[in-house]
Design a protein around this ligand. Structure first.
Ligand code: PEP
Ligand code: MN
Length: 338
């Protein structure tokens, strides 16, 4: 249930709505906007609760039942677009923020070369995996803590914030000491213990869409982060499993405008993991920007032929620089820049 307070309502009136809800055993989240406050009533069975319980209270403008399973990520709760700031880089504004780098941190030379190249080409964030959730237990699993140390050091050297994946709830605090943004991978989108731990960390987070999950399930997963008071959530479309087998995953470009309609959260697109092949990445990346994505997550490797992970889908440094130029034109056409 969502309670919209009148413009300029006194704090006591908001407090009495909160107290009433809590006295009935419900949880509450506030969205204090510049002119309006919105109260979300969560938990328990709000379906049984008459809206009049709140409608009669002073300062209440409207009481709406949200029939969707997700609440805090919905536009009903927060009408204005959320923006997420990471060390001077803002996701969700006019700039289409490109996060780029290798799938995995492999060694100092590789991550240094990648950082320098992507920064020079105009990327705002450096990516690099230290914990790799691989489909097979026999594949390279990442450098783990040593990889985090390298990533953080190189990020600092080139003054570029870094994003890296966390796969275990027990590692969240440790990873957060090195990473500016925590990534939750597709295979972990519904790992609710991990979502709660990352929510508690209050670190900016990239929440990838589970490749077999609906938009509704994705936004409901985002509610786990928001419910812990972490409102710096960036969604990332990365392709879904369909009957189509000519591409690794089908990139669901329509999820971008759908998210924009129903949610206030920024959404970025990862063309690399959908494509599975470098030749497909530029077209999908450009389509994503045209569709309104707030950013991109792209795999770039200084030497894809030697990459330990995902070499086939990684762009070369020059391929990435060329794509960045082309993206500038697309972004300009939709009133944005890269
Ligand atoms: C990744 O970004 O390296 C990754 C493993 O992606 P996904 O979780 O989308 O498969
Ligand atoms: Mn990868």
């Amino acid at each position: 249930m969502i309670i919209e307070m009148k413009t300029g309502t006194a704090r006591e009136d908001v407090d009495s709505v909160v107290q009433r809800a809590e006295s009935l055993g419900f949880e509450v989240q506030l969205n204090v906007g510049t002119d309006k406050t919105v109260v979300a009533i969560l938990g328990g069975n709000t379906g049984q609760l008459p809206t009049d319980v709140f409608a009669v209270l002073p300062g209440v403008e409207s009481v709406t039942r949200i029939m969707k399973p997700y609440k805090l990520s919905s536009r009903e709760f927060k009408a204005r677009d959320s923006r997420v700031s990471i060390g001077g880089v803002e996701v969700g504004g006019k700039r289409v923020v490109v996060m780029a780098g290798p799938c995995a941190v492999e060694n100092e030379e590789q991550i240094t070369a990648a950082a320098q190249a992507v920064k020079e080409a105009g990327a705002g964030i450096l990516r690099g995996g230290a914990f790799k959730p691989r489909t097979s237990p026999f594949s390279f699993q990442g450098l783990e803590k040593a990889g985090l140390e390298l990533l953080a050091r190189v990020g600092e050297k080139f003054a570029i914030p870094v994003v890296t994946e966390v796969v275990d709830p027990h590692d969240v605090d440790m990873v957060a000491t090195y990473a500016d943004i925590l990534q939750i991978g597709s295979r972990n989108m519904q790992n609710f213990a991990l979502l709660t731990a990352v929510g508690k960390s209050k670190r900016p987070v990239v929440l990838k869409r589970g490749f077999s999950c609906t938009v509704t399930e994705w936004l409901t997963a985002a509610d786990y982060l928001l419910a812990e008071g972490n409102n710096r959530v960036i969604l990332c479309e990365r392709g879904i499993r369909t009957f189509e087998d000519s591409i690794r995953f089908s990139l669901d470009i329509s999820s971008v405008p759908i998210i924009k309609n129903v949610s206030h959260l920024p959404v970025i697109v990862d063309p690399s993991h959908a494509a599975g092949h470098y030749s497909l990445v530029p077209a999908i990346a450009k389509a994503a920007v045209a569709a309104g994505a707030d950013g991109l997550l792209i795999e770039v490797h200084p030497n894809p032929k030697e990459a330990l992970v995902d070499g086939l889908q990684s762009l070369t440094v020059s391929g990435f620089a060329k794509l960045m130029e082309e993206l500038g034109a697309i972004a300009g056409a939709v009133g944005r820049h890269v």
